[in-house]
Design a protein around this ligand. Structure first.
Ligand code: PMP
Length: 427
């Protein structure tokens, strides 16, 4: 029963557009009302009606340690006692910058901001300033925050530039953005052949999580590195999700690729609002006040947010954590595969470390078009039934499920049993 959630939602609709402060929370894609939460404990969320769920949203990625981790909460508490914001430097910002730099070698200098959106927006401005060029390549199904120039639909035909995906964005702002299919070598090659000298940067989620999890094909990221170098364009890895999730040096560490710029967010703020962009010193030195590219923030490097980020990274960088995450995530993947086999269901699972998506399609999912073959009606029923089993999944087919270090064998076993029960009922 979710009586109080329903009451709050009714009230919220009168004061907040759609009743939520970020669209996906509305649960429209799964034909449900949003659940209002009261608190989180490790792998669990507890709603305002007292229902308990195993959580695979984990605040959309930041909570890799689980909810209310004592080290993180303690750091927030001690930091907040010293004051909430100074609008002046603190030594903790230096510590967080150093922690990140030491973990991700391609980052020689880094600037903290307040969200992933700010990070990608600023990285693109910087790439344009550095190259003196205007055009950007992004990939269909990759999401880089609600930056005007990146909210594009593919234009018709390869040679056409993106058209705005939302009212309120003038065509002039998206007309420099090319939206290409992910994993499509020849589309990228053609774009560079035609516009090579005008392309400032390629921005990519190296392991996309925003169309559901999709893996880069063998050599695709290496190819992006080579072709951007050839045409003197920058390669921007948007590791807002994958940074510190795929491993201590993100997806770039896993694939051994050094992008020119990297965007971070989510985990580096430990559940508080933090983003960052960083990369080669020569490029970052263009950022104000060292250089002419303006970018600023009243609350950037906020001491409480930075404290949560430092505590999270310190826990994560202890020996054995990524091995444990891999072990438990692999157990979940294997369990789902066994269920699918037993029930003779052809659905697809894509997993990269502790991010995973079960796609309701029999087609291999390797780009946005193949992800779109998923049966979203079926996913909606699956989501609702899983909720009744006490499992809170991301309320959309096209999202990653996140496993945290507080998910144990017990939670994974319960999840797999629930998936078996629900899928059996549905088919
Ligand atoms: N980049 C990626 C890869 C993301 O997943 C997101 C958010 N989900 C963003 C950028 C934007 O981050 P934020 O919501 O913090 O603005």
């Amino acid at each position: 029963m979710r009586i109080k959630s329903k009451e709050y939602f009714k009230r919220a609709l009168k004061s907040i557009p759609g009743g939520v402060n970020s669209p996906v929370r509305a649960c429209k894609a799964v034909k449900a009302d949003p659940i209002f939460f009261e608190r989180g404990e490790g792998a669990y969320l507890i709603d305002v009606d007292g229902n308990r769920y195993i959580d695979y949203v984990c605040s959309w990625g930041p909570l890799i340690l689980g909810h209310a981790h004592p080290e993180v909460i303690g750091s927030i508490y001690f930091a907040s006692k010293k004051g909430t914001s100074f609008g002046a430097p603190t030594w903790q910002e230096v510590e967080l910058a150093e922690l990140i730099k030491n973990s991700i070698p391609s980052i020689e200098k880094i600037r903290l901001v307040n969200s992933g959106t700010e990070a990608t927006m600023s990285a693109i401005r910087l790439a344009r300033a550095y190259t003196g060029r205007k055009k950007i390549i992004k990939f269909e199904g990759c999401y880089h925050g609600h930056v005007d120039s990146l909210l594009v639909k593919a234009g018709s035909g390869l040679a056409t530039f993106g058209i705005p995906a939302t009212p309120g964005v003038p065509e002039e702002l998206t007309s420099h953005t090319l939206n290409l299919p992910f994993n499509d070598f020849s589309a990228v090659e053609k774009a560079f052949l035609e516009y090579g000298k005008e392309i400032a940067a390629v921005i990519v989620e190296p392991i996309p999580g925003n169309m559901g999890v999709v893996l880069p094909e063998n050599g695709f990221l290496e190819f992006l590195r080579e072709i951007t170098q050839k045409y003197k364009a920058l390669l921007i890895f948007d590791e807002v999700i994958t940074g510190f999730r795929i491993g201590p040096s993100g997806a770039q560490g896993k694939y051994g690729i050094n992008p020119d710029l990297t965007c971070l967010g989510k985990i580096i703020g430990g559940g508080l609002p933090v983003g960052a962009y960083g990369g080669k010193e020569e490029i970052m030195n263009l950022v104000s006040p060292e250089g002419p590219v303006y970018q600023a923030g009243t609350l950037s490097g906020n001491p409480i947010a930075v404290a949560a980020g430092i505590a999270t990274l310190k826990e994560l960088l202890k020996p054995g954590t990524y091995e444990r995450l891999e072990y438990i995530s692999e157990k979940l993947e294997k369990g789902i595969r066994e269920v699918l086999k037993e029930l003779k269901l052809p659905y697809q699972i894509n997993r990269a470390g502790s991010m995973l998506t079960l796609f309701f399609t029999k087609k291999e999912v390797k780009d946005f078009q193949s992800a779109l073959t998923s049966d979203t009606e079926k996913f909606a029923i699956f989501w609702q039934k899983m909720l009744e089993e006490g499992i809170y999944l991301p309320p959309s087919q096209f999202e990653a499920w996140f496993v945290s270090l507080s998910h144990g064998e017990k939670e994974i076993e319960k999840t797999i049993s629930a998936i078996y029960k629900v899928l059996k009922e549905m088919h």
